[in-house]
Design a protein around this ligand. Structure first.
Ligand SMILES: Nc1ncnc2c1ncn2[C@@H]1O[C@H](COP(=O)(O)OP(=O)(O)O)[C@@H](O)[C@H]1O
Ligand SMILES: [Mg+2]
Length: 413
């Protein structure tokens, strides 16, 4: 029986999808986490405690564990664990990304530097320190620009500025996010940096891919039909297949493959975001992990395999190169948090589920808990999934379902 080690930073829904995938593939799962709670919640799955914050140390702990319990694959679930998985797989002699490549994918400043060096189209950028004087930097910009932390996700702290006053305000707001305790602990030195980029106009797509010994296999290309023009960049609807012309889709795949090569990524899932305008396709982000949240549930491959199964199959050395996504158009809506407050209740779910094409709605926010909208927050109210005869119908179903759900949010204090 194969044994896979699943690296989980915290309790996530993805844990269940990955454990279920491993079970279906007949592999034993061991969960590696630094959170006792995560291990507790996932019983009876076997667990091992790791210092995931210290990537080299965690890799050593994994190697020590593997000496007694041989591992066939080490599977990361986010940007940080991707670095641990790369380092551990290198020690264990499993196919892996070079640890430096996984580290570069985790850092937006390093990503930009490597993409520019390799000539991959990506926005111009400068890196500032939180100690810099924002008013001076603000005078030197060609507006609009985007300011962001270098290591966060889900658009947390990503802010567009159109003029010097907006620049200084965005800088201060990001500085405050970077002072939060959890952000400091995760980011360490990177929590002192603010990245400033040229704003790239255009439509946005997300590419879900798998690197097979250095070759990019496109698993799905999603259109993001809601404009993402800022000042904050709220993710909402993803629909696949893309409605862009095939040559444009090919260019997107080629640029993503070039970007992976520029970073040195070779094996396993990648999630890329690109913008397309009359000057071509531009790489905004490339992460060495699969799509976040519950979004993967919208994808099915071959005879009904989940994305997690495909990722595990590849990691276990099985052939996945001919697997394809089901042909039926599909989509997911990440339900954004419209304003801060306490979630008191959710109504209209039954009516929303009755919308033709809607497969499922999951509320992931917890009743009674505070909700933090962008740019400080990084979570969603929930997810809506739909399928249909065309991407237009899928998109319409997602919008109608969203219109029918009511989130009762009590303003805080
Ligand atoms: N330079 C840019 N030009 C235009 N839009 C951008 C730029 N940088 C970020 N964005 C927008 O903000 C979103 C989040 O930024 P990204 O760098 O991908 O951070 P995260 O890791 O939080 O997703 C992007 O998907 C895009 O919509
Ligand atoms: Mg992104």
């Amino acid at each position: 029986m194969s044994r896979v080690l699943l690296l989980l930073p915290t309790t996530t829904y993805r844990a269940h999808d990955f454990i279920q995938a491993a079970t279906r593939l007949g592999a034993e799962t061991v969960v590696g986490s630094d959170q006792k709670q995560a291990l507790q919640d996932l019983q009876p799955t076997r667990g091992v405690t790791l210092d995931l914050r210290d990537q080299e140390k965690a890799a050593g702990q994994i190697a020590a564990f593997a000496a007694g319990h041989p591992l066939n694959a080490v599977i990361p679930t986010d940007d940080d664990t991707a670095v641990v998985a790369a380092a551990a797989s290198a020690r264990l002699g499993l196919p892996h990304n070079p640890p430096a490549a996984a580290r570069a994918a985790q850092r937006k400043d390093e990503l930009r530097r490597l993409l520019h060096a390799a000539g991959v189209p990506t926005p111009r950028h400068t890196v500032l320190s939180v100690d810099d004087e924002p008013a001076a930097a603000a005078r030197q910009q060609d507006y609009p620009v985007v300011l962001k932390p270098t290591f966060l996700a889900a658009s947390r702290g990503v802010i567009r500025a159109d003029d010097p006053a907006g620049f200084v305000a965005a800088f201060r707001r990001i500085e405050a996010i970077l002072r939060q305790a959890d952000v400091q602990e995760r980011g360490r030195d990177a929590a002192r940096l603010i990245l400033v980029e040229e704003f790239v106009p255009g439509v946005e797509v997300a590419l879900e891919g798998l690197l097979l010994a250095g070759r990019l296999k496109v698993l799905a290309l999603f259109d993001k039909p809601d404009p993402l023009d800022g000042p904050f960049f709220e993710e909402t609807i993803y629909v696949t297949p893309s409605r862009l012309d095939v040559p444009v889709q090919d260019a997107i795949a080629a640029i993503t493959a070039d970007a992976a090569r520029a970073l040195g990524l070779r094996e396993g899932p990648v999630h890329a975001e690109l913008r397309v305008n009359d000057r071509g396709a531009w790489l905004i982000e490339l992460a060495a992990r699969s799509i976040g949240g519950l979004c993967s549930r919208v994808l099915r491959f071959g005879t009904g395999l989940s994305l997690e199964e495909v990722i595990l199959m590849h990691a276990l050395g099985r052939d996945v190169k001919d697997l394809r996504r089901e042909p039926r158009p599909a989509g997911v809506m990440m339900i954004p948090i419209p304003r801060g407050g306490i979630l008191r209740g959710v109504t209209g779910l039954a009516a929303a589920r009755r919308v033709e094409g809607v497969d499922d709605i999951t509320v992931s926010a917890t009743i009674g808990k505070p909700l933090v909208p962008l740019p400080e927050g990084s979570s969603y109210l929930g997810f809506i999934f739909a399928r249909g005869d065309s991407t237009d119908l899928v998109e319409a179903a997602l919008r109608e379902a969203h219109r029918r759900v009511r989130f009762d949010i009590e303003p805080a204090g």
